[in-house]
Design a protein around this ligand. Structure first.
Ligand code: BGC
Length: 341
């Protein structure tokens, strides 16, 4: 009997030492459906999500299982991926919806499965998002990106009108490279960039506009054509994102245009920041991929842990844009230099 008791005591001591008796770390399973993984900005958001998941794991003492699916631009394919996440009982799904008018189907399925859904970057229409309390949107307000782009041009105009208005006719001649048709960021950035100039009383003339689907190659093709038509009459190039701005610069460099027109983009991708440093891109607007990833995972973990999150109108989390020019980059690096001294 004494030997049995001694063995039991030893077994319980071993359980305590190896921690086998404690409850396992809870796991939060998050399904992420991307509209198109090879999109430059979206791939940055996906990387930031992976990075942020590691940080949240530490902060919350949980395990986060992040599963990423690429919709490759097909709503049908994305719906199947969402169905799979719901069938497999993920705790939360994050959806970068392919077709932003198709959110109702996903919201209804998520509600039926009781799985909260966080849309990001591609904003569903308001009526759809308000169908269910468990539907959210994390993003940045496209109008603000447009305004900041316009202000970068406005500042250049105010400082040295002659440098911008090369024809000297008192009017800013511009071309507009638009993102995907129907995307809220394409619509809003296009409208508000120009409005920032006209509201400040700067006369403008649109020489051409076209959609280049957020892509550098397509933007290069449009710009090559416009250079043939308008040559150095093009004083400003507004591009709804950096990839398209870089495509316009490629075309100008290939045409050996000197000086280049005043080109502005949005996103602040690494190659765009290099172009700002080099002086080929005059400015961009930071689309905060890291902030969006942080807010999404924060919200996802809160929802999985059953905490009711306080967000705008019950559905929205907004992240601010900020302007980036050679001046702001120099100021930031001077600031960093001071801190390390
Ligand atoms: C970004 C683009 C990106 C698009 C994808 C926009 O907010 O600025 O670079 O292609 O989102 O939805």
């Amino acid at each position: 009997m004494r030997r049995i008791l001694a063995r039991l005591a030893l077994a319980s001591l071993m359980l305590t030492l190896c921690g086998c008796g404690t409850s396992p770390t809870p796991t939060i399973r998050v399904g992420v459906a991307l509209y198109q993984q090879e999109d430059t900005f979206i791939s940055t958001v996906a990387q930031s999500l992976q990075q942020r998941a590691l940080e949240e794991e530490q902060a919350r003492d949980v395990k986060i299982n992040l599963s990423v699916a690429d919709g490759r631009g097909s709503q049908t394919q994305q719906n199947e991926q969402v169905d799979r996440f719901l069938d497999q009982k993920y705790d939360v799904i994050c959806v970068n919806i392919v077709d932003r008018t198709a959110a109702a189907v996903i919201i209804d399925k998520a509600q039926a499965a009781g799985v909260p859904v966080i849309f990001f970057n591609r904003q569903p229409v308001e009526e759809d998002l308000s169908r269910w309390d468990g539907a959210y949107y994390v993003g940045s307000p496209g109008a603000q990106a447009g305004e900041l782009q316009g202000q970068i041009v406005l500042e250049a105009w105010q400082q040295d009108p002659a440098a911008l208005d090369r024809s000297g006719d008192g009017v800013v001649q511009y071309v507009m490279l638009e993102g995907e048709a129907g995307h809220q960021d394409a619509l809003l950035r296009t409208k508000y960039s120009v409005l920032a100039l006209t509201e400040a009383g700067v006369p403008v003339e649109k020489l051409a506009n076209d959609t280049a689907d957020w892509q550098r190659g397509q933007a290069g093709i449009h710009m090559t054509q416009w250079l043939k038509e308008f040559g150095d009459q093009i004083e400003v190039v507004f591009a709804n994102n950096d990839d398209m701005a870089l495509g316009a610069i490629d075309a100008c460099l290939a045409a050996e245009l000197d000086p280049l027109p005043f080109v502005v983009g949005v996103d602040a991708t690494p190659p765009a920041l290099e172009a700002v440093e080099e002086g080929t891109l005059q400015g961009t607007v930071l689309n905060d991929a890291q902030g969006q990833a942080r807010e999404m995972l924060d919200l996802a973990c809160d929802l999985a842990e059953g905490t009711a999150p306080q967000v705008e109108g019950g559905h929205y989390v907004w992240l601010e844009y900020s302007a980036v020019t050679r001046k702001t980059l120099d100021a930031a690096s001077a600031g960093a230099g001071n801190q390390s001294e």
